[in-house]
Design a protein around this ligand. Structure first.
Ligand code: NAP
Length: 305
């Protein structure tokens, strides 16, 4: 049986000139340590080959993740040269969403300052704001691009239709779409987001590719989670595929995403240096078409017709 192609070759973000390693490092859980440990994680990700670092202004609360990252860049400025720095705006706890032009303009200044960078390579709208007309969002983003404050634009947690509405008013293509996507959360494969990425040559960035750690649970612990029987069946399926090739379950779950032909970039979220390195094992996992669909069916809890 043919093995699905999985490559560690750098890929473009959409049709932009930004190129990234196919695994990215996510900074949601990054805050709360000293600068030394933060630097160790960034350097480990870079040494592993990762180039895209994903932030949001709310990570860590009040920009704490961006600020810690910026302290590392202030200490070792040359690290910036190897990076594609991504961040997001638009979530304000208690509001909860604001993508008005005034807020976007304020938010970008805060992120630039905290991250200690002159330009944000990929600026993403974190969640759709129903009260912001896509035309005004597009105008705000275009202005930031013209001013050289951001390079490319992405969206996160948008429906395919919300993506189209924003794209309609933008004079340049959206580079990335960041949905939740993992062996456990397959919705973007069904709701049109991944098809849209394929058709428009947009790069999907998969958030929580290990389901936020659920895919690391023991089968027994998984049974205690919501939809536990199905989660534990998925875990057992991943283990069955991983074991004969001495692969880890998490590498197999990342390989599942990397094997999709659209070119998904999983954003890993571990805060452990050894797990950052181990994620590279994903490029050595061999998955057949049957394995891939076995994971889908275990995740769905039913056979495909
Ligand atoms: N756009 C959005 O709305 C959105 C939402 C959520 C996340 N994100 C992005 O996605 C990134 C990744 O999200 P995530 O952190 O949820 O990703 P994840 O990689 O699915 O989960 C990371 C969690 O799983 C644990 N873990 C990793 N490997 C494990 C293993 N082998 N066994 C047991 N536990 C394991 C980690 O613990 P350790 O640290 O102990 O390894 C960590 O708590 C974020 O940093 C952020 O950039 C975006």
């Amino acid at each position: 049986m043919d093995i699905l192609p999985i490559t560690d070759t750098a890929r473009s973000l959409g049709s932009s000139s930004l190129r990234v390693f196919p695994l990215a490092y996510g900074c949601w859980r990054f805050a709360g340590t000293d600068v030394r440990h933060a630097r160790e994680k960034i350097e480990s990700a870079l040494e592993a080959g990762m180039t895209l670092f994903d932030h949001a202004d709310i990570y860590g609360g009040n920009g704490a993740a961006e600020e810690l990252f910026g302290k590392v860049l202030a200490e070792v400025p040359h690290l910036r040269d190897a990076m594609v720095v991504a961040t997001k705006c638009g979530i304000i706890p208690g509001v909860p969403y604001d993508s008005s032009p005034a807020h976007i303009a304020r938010a970008v200044e805060g992120s630039l300052r905290r991250l200690h960078v002159d330009v944000i390579d990929l600026y993403q709208i974190h969640r759709p704001d129903w009260l912001a007309h896509p035309e005004e969002v597009a105008t705000a983003l275009s202005q930031l691009r013209t001013q050289g404050k951001i390079r490319e634009v992405g969206v996160s947690n948008f429906t395919a239709a919300q993506f189209e509405a924003l794209q309609h008013y933008l004079p340049f293509p959206i580079a990335t779409h960041q949905p939740e996507l993992s062996a456990w959360w397959l919705e973007p494969l069904r709701d049109g987001v991944i098809d849209q990425c394929t058709r428009r040559r947009v790069t999907p960035l998969a958030w929580s590719p290990l389901a936020g750690g659920k895919l690391g649970l023991t089968s027994d612990a998984a049974k205690r989670e919501t939809n536990g029987e199905r989660l534990s069946t998925l875990i057992e399926c991943l283990d069955r595929i991983a074991a004969p090739q001495n692969a880890s379950r998490s590498a197999t779950a990342l390989a599942f995403l990397l094997a999709h032909p659209v070119g998904i970039v999983p954003i890993i979220g571990t805060q452990r240096v050894e797990r950052i390195r181990d994620s590279l094992e994903a490029f050595h996992v061999r998955l057949t078409r049957t394995d891939w669909y076995a994971i889908v069916q275990a995740s769905m809890g039913k056979k495909l017709p």
